[in-house]
Structure formats: C-alpha cells, structure tokens
Write a protein that binds this ligand. Structure first.
Ligand code: ADP
Length: 205
C-alpha cells in the first residue's frame, strides 16, 4: 500500500485537489468526511458525545448541533481535548480500515489520504509514504474560505491561527502544489504529480 497524505491550511484547496485526484481514479480517503460519518445519527461515537457533553449539544431531532459544539470546544481547550480523545482514534481506525479495504478491492498504485491537521498531529505520519501540501497565499485562503463557508475574515483568521503556520507546513512537505492560480492550473499540476508518481511506483515495483 502506497499512501500520499494531502494537507493544507483552511481554504487552500484540499477539497478541490481531492476531487481532481478522484477524477484521475485515485481512491481518496478524507478524514474530515470520516469525522462527519462517525458523528452521523445513530453512531456509537454520537452516543459517547452525548454522554460526555450532554443533550444540550443536540438538535431536537437528535442530530448533533455541530455549530454549538464547534464554538464550545473552540473556546475551551480542555473540552477540545475531551472531544479529540473521543473522535481521533475512531477517525484513525476508520481511515486505516478504508485504506486497507480499498487496497484489497481496487489494488491501486497509490491512495490519497486527506488529513487537514497532518503536521499538527503525529498519528498519521508513520503510515504515509509521502506528504503533499496544497498551498496558496493567505489572502486567497481567507477570501476562498469566506465565500465557501459564509464566514467573516476574522472567523477565518481565527481558524488559521489554530493550525500550524503556512511556513512550517511548507517546510515539512515532501511536495508543495501551488494553488494561487485557476482550478484548471491546479488540475494540470495534479495531473503532472500523478503521472510522475505512477511512473516512479511502477519502476520501483
Ligand atoms: P479546503 O478544503 O482546503 O478548505 P477548498 O478546496 O474547499 O479548500 O477550497 C476553498 C474554496 O475555494 C472552495 O469554494 C473552492 O471551490 C475554491 N477554490 C479552490 N481552489 C481554487 C482555485 N484555484 N481558484 C478558484 N477557487 C478555488
């Protein structure tokens, strides 16, 4: 199994890049998507969240009030740690299971594992073969994230401060793909990365 871990700051274009990799036929495992699935109605994790944080964080229909929980943990580091202890191991295990399942079913040359906080946690680094950072100027990160998520510039800046710095992230990357241009320019760069990696993997097999 060969795993490329994709990361980047908020609004840098991780989702856009993942979509482009998926279009090339690369299996994509996204830890944010898994986090969402694990907190969907009726899940075991949701029950644990209920027991730990209480019914106040649930909507009348029993679904998780994500916005309320997000604000709560953003303002209280201890509460954030509590949620992370509950969620992160479950996300990791599910990601690993999905990667292994993809490998057996599809036998891909490589898979893409999307981990927004790859360099902030040391959970994933031992299972990935190389790291890829999607990067753009901070002003673009802010304007793109504002438009996508209907946030103010200050809200985006606050989220950026909770992540490692752009400089640190780029210094840790094996490869950096610049996303300051258009989506088709990003697609071209991803095609190029994909072709090179496939050739390397085939040659080294
Ligand atoms: P991330 O997943 O890293 O937070 P997204 O991939 O969701 O970021 O990108 C943030 C927003 O910017 C999305 O609405 C996306 O469609 C848009 N976007 C991403 N890359 C580009 C680009 N090169 N040009 C214009 N818009 C882009």
């Amino acid at each position: 199994m060969y795993i490329v871990a994709l990361t980047g700051g908020i609004g840098s274009g991780k989702s856009e890049a993942s979509r482009l990799f998926a279009n090339l036929g690369v299996p994509v495992v996204d830890t944010d998507v898994i986090a969402h699935q694990l907190t969907a109605a009726g899940s075991t994790v949701l029950e644990e969240i209920n027991q730990t944080f209480g019914a106040d964080f649930f909507n009348p229909d029993g679904t998780l009030n994500r916005a309320k929980l997000r604000t709560h943990i953003f303002n209280d580091a201890n509460e954030r740690v509590k949620l992370e202890r509950l969620l992160h191991p479950a996300i990791y295990n599910k990601a690993l299971d999905t990667l292994q399942d993809n490998q057996q079913r599809l036998q891909p040359i490589y898979q893409l594992l999307v981990v927004p906080l790859l360099f902030e946690s040391n959970r994933y680094q031992s299972i990935v073969n190389q790291t890829l950072v999607i990067d753009c100027d901070e002003s673009l990160q802010i304007s793109r994230a504002m438009r996508r998520s209907n946030l103010t510039a200050n809200e985006v800046k606050k989220l950026m401060l909770a992540q490692t710095s752009r400089k640190n992230r780029c210094s840790l990357a094996d490869t950096i793909i610049d996303n300051n241009g258009t989506v088709s320019e990003l697609a071209e760069k991803i095609n190029e990365f994909h072709k090179k990696l496939i050739n390397t993997c085939i040659v080294s097999k």
